[in-house]
Ligand binder design. Structure first.
Ligand code: GDP
Ligand code: CA
Length: 324
């Protein structure tokens, strides 16, 4: 079976770990015909101190490869921050980004390979040689696409800041007037992305940020159209009108979408979604043209997460059967 999962960071990575568990250790996840292909969001990517940083690709890679800081959900386990402290002592800006020492090595490898001319997809494959995430991890694009957030200036004007500055430094508390995927219109899907979707039995959307994670992936020309031809089932990242963790509601508000499980599904639309899992707290949710099922959606431990992934896959296979 071939499964494609477009994914952001923490929500995507945890769902993927559950999906791997649900499929069992016997599944061949890494061969020439991989069971799971992940299309990773690169809209959060940023260059700091000359280093190319891909937070969502790294979160997926570290989580599935056993190197993640579990309680935090991002960054390396057993991390230290000497480099960050030394940079701050030099007065280097910015100081708000959580750049860990172990993490820096990943960024150095990536930056060096990219400077030598390797595309991000090849770099990601090389990094995954070490981490063995058990999935094929593809960036959504090899082109530079960066999410920027337009905020109001103190003097009444508007300015765009990088998504990371808005999210981490301002904790998404500055009202966002607009969220822009800079470079998206000229980007092409990375090699293998469209092919993987076309070859997929099913596509599963994890509970990732619908705007800056899934939305960025859908914004790469050709990706949404390919996904619309596939059987797609998503997991709501919104439970009872709130993002479970993080500040995804601020992103939804910025694009004029209500923070509810039904509104997010309606925003993706019935052309994209065949099925949508909502939490039991949202059992009444209905979305025209989409099969909605309610079940517990808190990824609180490995077992509950695997059960969510299993339910997503089961609904997708059921709906695929009905389509063909
Ligand atoms: P990020 O890039 O690290 O922000 O991660 P993602 O984009 O993959 O996912 C973040 C989203 O996952 C958050 O906005 C939450 O809405 C959602 N989320 C996190 N934990 C859970 C959970 O346990 N259950 C569900 N249903 N959604 C979750
Ligand atoms: Ca992210």
């Amino acid at each position: 079976m071939r499964i494609v999962v477009p994914a952001g960071g923490i929500g995507g990575a945890r769902f993927l770990r559950g999906l791997k568990a649900a499929l069992g250790t016997g599944a061949d996840l890494t061969g020439d015909d991989p069971t799971i292909t992940v299309i990773g969001n690169t809209g959060d990517d940023i260059t700091l101190f000359g280093l190319r940083i891909c937070p969502d690709l790294d979160t997926v890679m570290y989580t599935l490869g056993g190197g993640i800081n579990e309680s935090q959900g991002w960054g390396r386990a057993e991390e230290s921050f000497a480099v960050k402290e030394e940079l701050a002592a030099y007065g280097m800006q910015p100081t708000w980004f959580g750049l860990g020492d172990r993490d820096v090595a990943t960024h150095i490898v990536r930056t060096q390979m990219m400077a030598a001319g390797y595309p991000l997809s090849a770099v990601t494959e090389a990094l995954c040689d070490r981490w063995r995430p058990g999935v094929r991890l593809l960036p959504m694009t090899d082109d530079r696409v960066e999410t920027h957030v337009v905020v109001a200036d103190a003097d009444g004007g508007r300015r765009a800041i990088h998504f990371q500055e808005w999210w981490i430094r301002h904790r998404a508390a500055l009202p966002a007037l607009e969220i822009v995927s800079v470079g998206a219109e000229d980007a092409a899907p990375a090699p293998g992305v469209v092919e993987a979707v076309e070859a997929a039995d099913v596509v599963l959307l994890p509970p990732s940020n619908p705007v800056v994670s899934i939305g960025s992936i859908l914004g790469v020309p050709g990706v949404r159209a390919a996904l619309e031809r596939a059987t797609v089932v998503g997991v709501s990242p919104i439970i009872g009108g709130a993002p479970v963790r993080g500040m995804a509601d601020a992103c939804l508000t910025a694009i004029g979408v209500e923070t509810s499980a039904a509104a997010v599904a309606a925003h993706f639309g019935p052309e994209l979604l065949d099925g949508w899992l909502v939490d039991t707290a949202d059992a009444g949710a209905a979305v025209e043209g989409v099969t909605v099922r309610a079940r517990p959606l808190y990824m609180s431990d490995p077992d509950s997460t695997a059960a969510i992934a299993r339910a997503t896959l089961d609904l997708a296979l059921e709906l695929k059967g009905g389509r063909s």
